[in-house]
Design a binder for this molecule. Structure first.
Ligand code: 5GP
Ligand code: MN
Ligand code: MN
Length: 390
């Protein structure tokens, strides 16, 4: 980790390379008057909307919708089975399990038509008090249990012992995006009216603590985080059912289910502050995290070391190194398909467009994990067996 002083603000960075546009966004963040203590930048950092992804921002009395991430509550879940991958016949894996998963879980950006499972919606929230959530009630029942597009995935993996794991990356679907955009617009208007000099980038507009707007955003943001947890939980349940149909004797361990786009009240350096994790994972001492690599590379189950310098956080993945356009333009389709085929991975790369999600579009996960050795310790290294992309 390296400490840089930028605009009199300490910035702790867990990588020796930050792309230029992300660096400019870091500089903008350092000028925020309500930033608390220091800024923490994870090793998977790359450019985002206003604030880089892989950033951890603590604030004393404001929340920034764009510091939470576009897909509120997006995160990972993982389950370990008691079954060896080598003991699953290829036919069962391909035909019963992979096809079965595709049949049970709606993929892609489509608006899904049928209600999924209402038992899996968040509870304990006052929906009448939430503008967007209330307006979206009918859609929400159709969106829970659906994967979403692009970067979201379902992966079957194996650990060092050859044991089968199931991993899912997904978020709050359209709901989280609507909530984020709506309150970012509100923040923009408020900031333009009262505080225009504060934000160096209008996309970093904030909602001040103890305002109605802050409270409304906070409630809906928390709902979205819960909704995303429920969404992953329902998908995992269905995958377990599909696998159990194919292998009746299989057993599953309890699920790990974590968010990497959210804000929360936490105590750091003796004060209660709002921590924004935008593409960052909680790494409090003893807390289990999931750090995915990319399609066709390793992913990691980690245990937090509780390092206060990262506000007890770690990376949320490998992080992008190429934009989607650059990846489609520059990466070689044939080479990538051959590489994955040679590794025996059941993958979904079919055309040049799919290169935007190929491993060459992401940083090297091994370097990322090595860079954060003071934030987490590795529990399990997982290799891909079969991948479904949203
Ligand atoms: P994000 O939440 O920023 O969209 O992405 C999280 C991380 O997931 C990325 O930084 C990348 O490292 C990882 N990732 C993207 N696609 C895949 C995939 O197909 N398989 C695995 N294991 N990881 C992926
Ligand atoms: Mn995500
Ligand atoms: Mn997401």
């Amino acid at each position: 980790m390296e400490v840089k002083m930028i605009n009199n603000c300490p910035v702790k960075i867990w990588t020796d390379y930050v792309e230029k546009s992300a660096m400019r966004q870091i500089e903008n963040l350092t000028t925020l008057p309500f930033l608390f203590h220091h800024l923490a930048i994870m090793p998977d950092v790359h450019t985002g909307m206003g604030m880089p992804i892989g950033g951890v921002l603590a604030c004393k009395d404001a929340v920034i919708p764009n510091a939470v991430g576009v897909d509120i509550g997006c995160g990972m879940c993982a389950v370990k089975t008691n079954w060896k991958v080598a003991d699953i016949p290829t036919d069962v894996l391909r035909k019963q399990i992979m096809r079965g998963i595709r049949k049970r879980i709606p993929l892609g950006m489509d608006h899904h038509k049928e209600a999924q499972d209402e038992k899996y919606l968040p509870t304990g929230h006052d929906i009448d008090k939430m503008e967007i959530v209330k307006r979206r009630q009918e859609y929400i029942t159709k969106e829970v249990g659906t994967l979403g597009g692009g970067n979201h995935f379902i992966e079957l993996q194996k650990d060092e012992t050859g044991t089968l794991w199931i991993m899912i990356h997904s978020g709050s679907r359209n709901l989280g995006k609507l909530v984020g955009d709506y309150y970012n617009e509100k923040a923009k208007k408020l900031n333009e009216r009262w505080y225009s000099v504060v934000s160096p980038d209008i996309r970093l507009s904030f909602l001040p603590l103890r305002t109605d707007e802050f409270n409304a955003y906070w409630q809906e943001m928390k709902y979205c985080v819960d909704f995303a947890l429920c969404n992953r939980k329902l998908m995992m349940k269905r995958i377990e059912e599909v696998i159990k149909d194919a292998i009746p004797e299989i057993g599953f361990e309890p699920m790990i289910n974590i968010a990497h786009n959210y804000a929360a009240w936490e105590r750091h350096y003796g004060q209660d502050v709002i921590v924004h994790r935008k593409g960052a994972t909680l790494a409090r001492e003893g807390v289990i995290g999931i750090i995915p690599g990319s399609q066709g590379t390793a992913s990691y189950i980690v245990e937090g070391l509780g390092n206060p310098e990262s506000f007890c956080s770690c990376s949320h993945g490998a992080g992008r190194t190429l934009s989607r356009t650059a990846a489609i333009r520059d990466l070689n389709l044939k080479e990538e398909v051959e590489r994955l085929d040679a590794l025996g991975i059941i993958h979904a790369i079919r055309n040049q467009n799919d290169m935007q999600e190929a491993s060459g579009a992401y940083k090297d996960i091994e370097t990322v994990i090595a860079n954060e050795a003071d934030l987490v310790k590795v529990k399990t290294r997982l290799l891909p067996v079969a991948v479904i992309k949203g």
